[in-house]
Design a binder for this molecule. Structure first.
Ligand code: LLP
Length: 423
């Protein structure tokens, strides 16, 4: 459920017309709904009631301060994968002890930063990383609270580029070797073993892979506990999918059903459960608002050229992802439709948002909204093709604020400098 609806013939974010935002901020622009974010967090939190848990928002899905601060106020922690994300999380009000630092390639500088900053949990992905961390912790006189991320070799059944739990993937420590690495961790100075972690992929639309992975984890935790390895936390990662194309073969499980699987698999182990949802919390809480620059009739296709590009929303280009497209001006019920290709201005054939999509008759200068763009939209955007980073707006009831202003061209250029010797 989200709060982007037509009111008086115009698409609104909560109580604010998207036409007003376009006029005041320009396009393209990301618009987030605070009520939707809050609702999504609460639905998951309620589903997990009865078990000791912490929801650590996966910052990679959306590192906008307005979004993260909204979740922080609701009690969320953060799952971060870089020093930059950790700093953003703290800037948004998330205390370091509620931060989990994941990632296969944390640098020594990042590990040291995490220890100095008092990050609550480091999820380690290799024996090599464990040794490095032990040395750094000793040098700094700190103790690192660690979990090992286990690779359970379970197929998440999702897009190949966002599957992480197969043994061919670079992620985690093979589940058959994890016990040995834990025993080694127990002997290392500067290391305190606190938990075990898993994450098998993203946009899962089926609960079975979660169940398979969680049961493997369960077996491991039972073995570790029997060996007096003090596992207090089980981090189950993120990955629960959201509906992108309403009504079409992809109905992700409800959080309450996901929670049932969680409780059945690991609920009785006496551990605190940590979750790292990204998309589930923010996906449907954001849209990308764009204006039609031109209608172009090709030899065999009609193109709708919009002012957003793959640099602003790269999911369709990278994963052939589907994003719903709605005109901001409400189409007449039963009105004419035609199949068009919705494309951006970037000089790449992959800069296509929709192919042969049946849409209402659109006109030049009209506004459209790309749905379910709150996750992995702005956070994956770039300045490709010399386009300043896309701005972001937060809506709260009848008010809105620009949380990331559109940089001027001068500001974009001023980020770079030429050496004196290039005169
Ligand atoms: N935890 C870890 C260790 C992860 O690697 C990820 C996502 C998450 C949590 C959050 O997963 P979520 O709940 O959002 O599914 N750019 C891609 C998605 C990449 C996901 C990477 N890892 C996309 O746009 O679909």
């Amino acid at each position: 459920m989200h709060h982007f609806d037509y009111k008086n013939g115009v698409l609104h974010a909560e109580g604010v017309s998207l036409a007003t935002i376009a006029e005041e901020v320009g396009t393209p622009v990301y618009v987030y709904s605070r009520a939707t974010l809050t609702r999504h967090f609460q639905v998951l939190d309620d589903a997990l009631s009865g078990i000791d848990h912490l929801i650590c928002f996966a910052m990679k899905a959306n590192s906008s301060l307005g979004v993260v601060a909204t979740l922080a106020k609701l009690g969320a922690g953060a799952d971060v994968v870089s020093e930059g994300e950790a700093r953003l999380a703290m800037a948004a009000g998330i205390p370091p002890e509620k931060i989990v630092f994941s990632g296969v390639g944390k640098t020594e500088a990042e590990l040291a930063f995490a220890l100095q900053a008092g990050i609550g949990q480091l999820n380690l992905e290799s024996y090599e990383e464990l040794l490095e961390l032990s040395h750094i912790a000793q040098r700094l006189g700190k103790t690192a609270r660690i979990a090992l991320r286990v690779n359970p070799d379970v197929d998440a059944g999702t897009h190949a580029k966002i599957t992480t739990g197969l043994k061919e993937n670079k992620f985690g420590i093979d589940w058959t070797q994890a016990h040995t690495v834990y025993k080694q961790a127990m002997k290392l100075q500067g290391i305190e073993v606190v938990g075990v972690a898993v994450h098998i992929g993203s946009q899962l639309t089926n609960l079975k892979p979660f169940e398979d992975a969680f049961l493997r984890l369960r077996d491991l935790v039972v073995m570790l506990k029997a060996d007096n390895i003090p596992i207090q936390k089980i981090d189950l990662g993120g990955g629960l999918g959201v509906p992108y194309e309403p009504g079409v073969n992809e109905t992700p499980p409800l959080p309450v059903d996901y929670a049932k699987v969680v409780k059945a698999c690991v609920g009785d182990l006496g551990c605190k459960l940590v979750f790292e949802p990204g998309r589930l919390l923010v996906g449907n809480a954001g849209i990308l608002l764009s204006r039609i620059s031109r209608l172009k009739e090709g030899a065999t296709r009609s193109f709708v050229v919009v002012d957003a590009g793959m640099n602003d929303l790269m999911r369709p280009a990278l994963y052939d992802a589907y994003h719903d497209i709605q005109p901001v001006k409400e189409p007449k019920p039963g009105g004419a439709r035609r199949a068009v290709d919705v494309v951006g201005p970037i000089c790449e054939s992959s800069d296509v948002f929709a192919t042969q999509r049946l849409l209402p008759m659109l006109t030049k200068d009209e506004l459209i909204a790309f749905g379910t763009a709150g996750a992995y939209g702005a956070s994956m955007s770039s300045e490709y093709n010399g386009r300043p980073l896309v701005p972001e707006v937060m809506v709260d009831g009848d008010r809105f604020a620009v949380t990331r202003p559109r940089p001027s061209y001068e500001a974009m250029i001023a980020q770079q400098k030429l050496p004196d010797w290039m005169g």
